[in-house]
Design a protein around this ligand. Structure first.
Ligand code: ADP
Ligand code: MG
Length: 713
């Protein structure tokens, strides 16, 4: 008797075993990372066309948002007067015709072939008496019949079209019928969450009879993806906890309480909770591995600082790694100020104590000074090191590092983090690790690349914050009013950031554009004000100076590049003007905007755009105008860009989450997590479910070195 097919079996069957997949098609498929039948049947539709919703062209009313399905009968292309390319296609459905026009998309010429059946989504206009759709969404229906048609992501580059993919997938699924596809998820779990079988789910996602089938299928497949990830992480965590030792801290020596009472404000409830979670972790000998997540301005820094102080109070050392020089500098100053008056035991002094010693290790520090600090970290006379990558340069070692903080962790690679953590101690023990991010639920972040992090969330802002008012301005008059506003604010004693356009090509160009903007503003809109300049190409000492002057209120306006994007904290800054804002992504604009609104002053952010911008840019800018909630914005970003690109994640060939979204599918993340807990329960294997155990083994080996590393540590 033949057994049902496991995913590993399907992954062993190369796609060219299917009819119609020869050498050339195989190469095309491999360009979109489809190598095996498993890859193919988990290549999911991008959307579905519900043909019962299609409108006969004859009935279409101008101004309406509609879908029409028809055949391409004619395609022409030409240049317009202002030298934009224009491709036009006539679509006919037997009741009438509509013209689809595409500006600046010359490649459409090759895509829109006469005789193809397409679905168009968009608004109907009228042009010289004829119906027209400008830049409609277009899907290729192919020869598919049936009410619901699945549309697959096409690849221009690889020359793959939707209906071809559909055909192969149908064939692959048909061939699975005889043996059927195995289902390792216990029936009890399936019942609990109302999940269909894996085989049914795969059939329904590709060939639904109703749109409601898609949801059913999706739930199951999303759960599968998340469960695999959760099980992998859980097993690796158990493995790590069994294998690696950390440093336990004595709660009685903690100085958090004293530290907090020295602050001019009370912690938010969320901060208190995070502090408790962290302190409970570091009291144990098992290395902490925790993500502190909180929107910009939620007060993550303090939570980290108190941990550092507790480590020092226990006779150990702390390290605080920031992604930029500016941020390292800021944290250094902040930490120094807050640690004012704290003492550590020292038998070498008369009093038996000495002041807590914090040092900055960055490029702005002279070589001699650097050498001295490195020596002092080794002999233990420096307690806390704040720095950038310099902290992980070879030659830096600590006497007894026990607490590591990494700010805005998505800026660092796995290797860098591992280095700081694993090579900092001679006894092989691992310091506790706290990574901080303002990115809402980093996608695979928490999950795949960063290993199984525990998560603390700061889900409330300190009281008294007034939401930042955001205005998108594009006309000369509106831009003028933005600069007037800046002047008004300066009169009130407030300060302003001006953010210069993002230019892809090179940092030199960015710097020179910042210089030009600076010069132009001084001559024009901001004449008479004290305007500083900050960009990446300045000497370290000049950067420092600009930042110091701005912080001290000696400058009214700081013209800067995105060097100020993360973390910079100048509470007196109440206005921001972002130039060419359409060039920035949502997440980036949200981060940038977070530089203002960090006090109880009313703040405003202007997003300036010139001439024509893309439709997506419009949606991004509107989203920022409408919301200051990082979570909500992440959702919009997700819709506009697809999840993979939000978090600057390098995409490996194989993604673990093809359907599941850590943002949208939060509920399923929770379910998969609790299911994985009950399945593993304290063992390092899934003893009770060998089928699932095998699947996870396959999953880990199929994901390559990244997963293997994850497994090890
Ligand atoms: P982020 O989470 O973006 O890193 P920060 O830690 O830089 O935020 O904190 C932003 C500002 O809020 C800082 O000026 C900090 O001193 C202040 N802050 C932090 N916690 C509180 C609180 N509980 N009440 C009032 N202000 C706070
Ligand atoms: Mg911060």
């Amino acid at each position: 008797m033949t057994l049902p097919l496991a995913l590993a079996d399907l992954d062993e069957i190369p796609v060219d075993r299917l009819n119609g997949v020869g050498d050339q098609r195989r190469r095309a498929l491999s360009e979109v990372n489809i190598h095996s039948v498993f890859d193919l049947i988990t290549y999911y539709p991008r959307r579905y066309i519900d043909r019962s919703k299609e409108a006969p062209i004859v009935d279409c009313v101008v101004g309406e948002q509609i879908m029409v399905v028809g055949e391409i009968t004619k395609v022409t292309s030409r240049s317009t007067r202002n030298r934009k390319s224009l491709v036009e296609a006539i679509i006919s459905d037997g009741t009438g015709t509509v013209r689809a026009t595409f500006f600046n998309q010359a490649w459409r010429k090759k895509q829109l072939l006469e005789g193809l059946t397409v679905a168009l989504f968009g608004k109907i206009d009228e042009y010289r008496g004829a119906k027209q759709m400008a830049n409609p969404l277009i899907d290729f229906v192919g020869d598919k019949t049936g009410r619901i048609v699945a549309v697959y992501p096409q690849s221009e580059k690889a020359g793959l079209v939707s209906w071809e993919l559909a055909r192969w997938i149908t064939e692959a699924l048909r061939r699975c019928e005889e043996r059927s596809i195995e289902d390792p998820v216990p029936e009890s779990v399936r019942l609990e969450y109302g999940l269909v079988s894996r085989h049914d789910a795969l059939r329904l996602i590709h060939e639904p009879a109703e749109l409601s089938d898609v949801q059913k299928a999706r739930n199951r497949l999303v759960f599968d993806e998340l469960l695999r990830v959760q099980l992998t992480l859980r097993l690796s965590k158990l493995h790590r906890e069994g294998a690696v030792r950390g440093i336990d801290h004595d709660l009685d020596k903690f100085l958090s309480a004293a530290f907090f009472s020295s602050l001019p404000f009370k912690l938010t409830a969320a901060q208190e909770r995070a502090v408790m979670e962290i302190n409970a972790d570091i009291a144990k000998a098992r290395p902490m591995h925790r993500l502190l997540q909180g929107d910009v301005g939620s007060g993550k820094t303090l939570v980290a600082f108190q941990g550092l102080i507790n480590a020092v109070a226990n006779g150990h050392q702390g390290a605080f790694m920031a992604p930029t020089e500016i941020l390292a500098e800021q944290h250094y100053m902040g930490l120094k100020e807050m640690a004012e008056g704290f003492e550590v035991p020292d038998s070498q002094t008369l009093t038996g104590v000495r002041p807590l010693s914090i040092k900055l290790l960055s490029n702005s520090v002279s070589t001699t000074e650097k050498k001295r600090i490195i020596r002092q970290l080794k002999d233990g006379s420096v307690d806390v090191a704040v720095g950038t990558h310099s902290l992980i340069q070879s030659g830096v070692s600590f006497k007894s590092l026990s607490f590591v903080v990494i700010d805005e962790q998505h800026r660092f690679g796995v290797e860098q983090r591992a280095k700081l953590r694993e090579h900092s101690r001679e006894d092989g023990r691992w310091p506790h690790l706290l990574v901080m991010t303002a990115t809402p639920i980093p996608r695979t972040a928490a999950m795949t690349v960063y290993g199984d992090l525990d998560v603390s969330v700061l889900d409330e802002l300190p009281p008294g914050r007034i939401p930042i008012e955001t205005k998108w301005v594009s006309t000369p008059e509106a831009v003028k009013s933005a600069w007037n506003y800046v002047r008004e604010e300066v009169k009130e004693g407030r300060q302003t950031f001006v953010v210069c356009p993002l230019i892809d090509e090179s940092e030199n160009l960015v710097a020179s554009s910042a210089e030009a903007t600076h010069a132009e503003l001084i001559r024009g809109e901001l004449s008479g004000l004290r305007v500083g300049l900050l960009h990446g190409r300045l000497k370290a000492s000049d950067k420092e100076l600009a930042m110091e002057q701005f912080r001290a209120g000696l400058l009214d306006v700081l013209v800067a590049t995105t060097v100020i994007e993360v973390g910079v904290n100048i509470p007196n800054a109440s206005a921001m003007v972002v130039l060419s804002a359409d060039r920035f992504g949502i997440a980036q604009l949200h981060q940038l905007r977070g530089r203002v609104g960090r006090s109880s002053y009313k703040s405003r952010c202007y997003l300036v755009t010139e001439d024509s911008i893309t439709e997506d840019a419009v949606r991004r800018l509107q989203a920022l105008e409408n919301s200051t909630d990082g979570f909500e914005l992440a959702e919009v970003d997700l819709e506009l860009r697809g999840e993979g690109t939000i978090f600057d994640q390098r995409q490996s060939g194989r993604t673990d989450l093809k359907l599941a979204s850590l943002i949208r599918d939060r509920l399923w993340v929770e379910r998969a997590r609790s299911c994985s807990e009950s399945l593993v329960e304290g063992h390092e294997t899934i003893a009770s479910n060998p089928m699932l155990g095998k699947e996870i083994e396959w999953f880990i080996s199929a994901r390559g070195p990244d997963a293997e590393n994850l497994w090890r540590g």
